[in-house]
Design a binder for this molecule. Structure first.
Ligand code: G6P
Length: 610
């Protein structure tokens, strides 16, 4: 949450900042701002409420130029979205700062600073940092030392970018708990919350480690670790092309990302399968020695990634016969754990920077989980770097806030893990070969499901004027229903709930009437007959049913029942296949409602605060 960008160059930095902010907009978009030091080292700042487009417009009216500057796009935590709360924050016209994270001891610091007559102009926690910095600078310290001393005063999480008019040839950055990278250019250097923000200017990066403080000049970067010792960090070369994060011919990123799923899945499988087996080494060189010890699995994740974890639990327990628990990270991290011996602790995350998931991983290591594995889409992320094993989902950058291709590639990664673990627990070779064959066919099958797009677009008309919707499934299809409901509520703002169909009679049936459309996912699995009975219960109460059903499920359309047929698929991959039409449904309903599909209100893609 919140995106930071900054740079020092021999050219005007403002366009780089604004372009970087546009690329970071998925992290938050309720207000934005930039501050630059001009040729006379004079600090100027422009801030606006709303999206980066508003900032761009303001900058055409009030252009600011300089060769060093910082920018920020905000997802509000402390203080409403308002210009006064937008970053950069400035103290006494001399020092400016952008912050991503949460400062937990801000009240105490604020109290002291107010007593020292520092003037507060915002309701944010971040503003205390800039005043604290000013206090240290006022004691005659150089900017680097002042930043180091300031971060020692802070409790909580931060990524920071700072410029100071008395040292106009330095940009100082710091990181603890929130992501920050340094982009290495020719006679110019940059900072950003992620690499994608800087791809138009460089593909070479340092990734700051926890506690690092860095000084960027035009001709180089110096990094100091937690103990204030100079350190060298490895240079990472990003293979992403700058247009990988562009929308192309699609109306929205979400639609582009839905349509990219066949390719993303093919990439996720690339080099990880032999003709009929899954390569264990895909999980890293230590995988074999770790997997042979595993007797339990604990999965932790948030949001859509948590739904992937729920599906994994069904699969792991039924096929590997290993006990598997799954929990949302924000709960897991704040309760006492019972750690079973030889438990593999698995995190699932698109970004690898979700604060709760990362904190859960750190806790897991502390409380003695045997081994850790991250299923993640960002190779350079904290989660991957801090886990023993990892499997990258290779979905490519996902920009739409509502996760689509990241989810289905997570499900593919989970199947790979399932096979590898099940093989060690006696999975017959022919069953492994069968799943591998299904995986190979998966991209083509998704192409086929995508052909339902125009029918789903039509179906969406039944939802656009509704206030509530129910999504039903059983077994592995229950989390698929949860994910379908999440997609719909995230982007169309229709209240939607996912329910295990057998649980309907214990409450939600009371909600059913002709104004609550009910979506069901009905592959031809062993729970099909049970599901059909549950749907009868709905129909009997006047509920309108929209069922994505296997061609051979024996379900027929009729009064109040619409069926969209899906080609028969094996149970192992059915959660992947059936998720796709639900993504399209949410997309088309949101389009009809005229909401902001890619940047729905109040949400952000990468939740790097608690
Ligand atoms: C946010 C995003 C979701 C995502 C969740 C977890 O809520 O909007 O799409 O599923 O964070 O993110 P992660 O990066 O850990 O998968």
């Amino acid at each position: 949450m919140c995106g930071i960008v900054g740079g020092i160059a021999n050219r005007d930095i403002t366009p780089v900042l604004v372009d970087g902010l546009k690329r970071l907009e998925y992290r938050g978009y309720d207000s934005a701002g930039v501050a630059v030091l001009d040729e006379q080292a004079c600090l100027t700042r422009v801030r606006t409420v709303g999206k980066i487009a508003n900032l761009q417009q303001e900058l055409t009216k009030l252009p600011i130029n300089g060769k060093i500057g910082i920018g920020h796009t905000r997802w509000a935590t402390h203080g409403e979205p308002a210009t006064r709360n937008a970053h950069p924050h400035v103290c006494k016209q001399s020092v400016a700062l952008v912050h991503n994270g949460i400062i937990e001891n801000f009240e105490g610091l604020k109290h002291t600073q107010q007593a020292e007559e520092y003037l507060f102009t915002s309701d944010t926690d971040s503003e205390v940092i800039v005043h604290q910095l000013h206090k240290h600078l006022n004691q005659g310290k150089e900017l680097l030392l002042a930043v180091q001393d300031t971060v020692d005063d802070l409790e909580g999480a931060y990524a920071l970018g700072v410029v100071y008019n008395a040292e106009p040839d330095k940009l100082v950055a710091a990181r603890r708990g929130s992501p920050l990278v340094i982009g290495i250019g020719e006679e110019e250097n940059f900072i950003a919350s992620d690499m994608a923000a800087l791809l138009p200017v460089t593909n070479r990066f340092y990734i700051l480690e926890e506690g690092d403080v860095a000084v960027l000049a035009r001709d180089g970067v110096k990094i100091y670790d937690l103990n204030r010792q100079p350190v060298t960090r490895p240079v990472h070369e990003s293979k992403l092309s700058s247009d990988a994060v562009e929308r192309g011919e699609y109306a929205h990123y979400m639609l582009k990302e839905i349509y990219e799923q066949p390719q993303a899945i093919a990439e996720t499988l690339e080099g990880r399968l032999t003709e009929d087996t899954v390569l264990e080494a895909s999980f890293g060189p230590k995988a074999a020695s770790i997997f042979k010890q595993v007797r339990n699995i604990q999965i932790v994740a948030c949001g859509t990634s948590y739904h992937a974890g729920m599906i994994a639990k069904y699969g792991f327990e039924s096929v590997t016969r290993l006990p598997c628990n799954v929990e949302v990270a924000s709960e897991f991290r704040y309760r006492r754990q019972v750690v079973q011996p030889n438990t593999l602790f698995v995190t699932i995350s698109q970004s690898g920077e979700t604060a709760d998931t990362l904190a859960a991983l750190r806790l897991a290591k502390e409380v003695g989980y045997a081994h850790t594995l991250a299923i993640c889409n960002v190779p350079e992320s904290s989660l991957v770097r801090e886990s023993e094993l990892s499997l990258m989902t290779r979905a490519g950058p996902e920009i739409g806030v509502a996760s689509t291709k990241a989810f289905t590639t997570q499900l593919v990664a989970i199947l790979l893990l399932l096979i590898v673990l099940a093989r060690r627990n006696g999975l017959p070779r022919d069953m492994e070969a069968k799943v591998v064959e299904q995986l190979r066919q998966l991209p083509g099958m998704i192409e086929d499901v995508l052909k339902l797009d125009s029918k789903i677009e039509k179906l969406a008309e039944n939802f656009a004027d509704k206030h509530h919707a129910l999504f039903l499934g059983r077994g592995m299809m229950y989390p698929v229903a949860l994910e379908g409901a999440l997609k719909l509520k995230e982007i169309s703002y229709i209240h939607a709930e996912g329910y295990p169909a057998g649980e309907l009679k214990h409450g939600p049936l009371a909600l059913v009437d002709a104004d609550v459309p009910i979506v069901a996912v009905a592959p031809n699995d062993k729970l099909l007959d049970k599901l059909k009975s549950n749907l009868q219960e709905v129909r009997a109460r006047g509920g309108k049913l929209y069922v994505f059903a296997d061609q051979h499920a024996g379900m027929s359309a009729g009064e109040g029942v619409t069926i969209l047929e899906i080609a028969p698929v094996d149970i192992a991959i059915s959660p992947i296949i059936y998720s796709v039409p639900l993504q399209l449904l949410a997309y088309h309903v949101a389009l009809l409602k005229g909401t902001d599909v890619d940047q729905p209100r109040n949400l952000a893609k990468s939740v790097t605060v608690e």
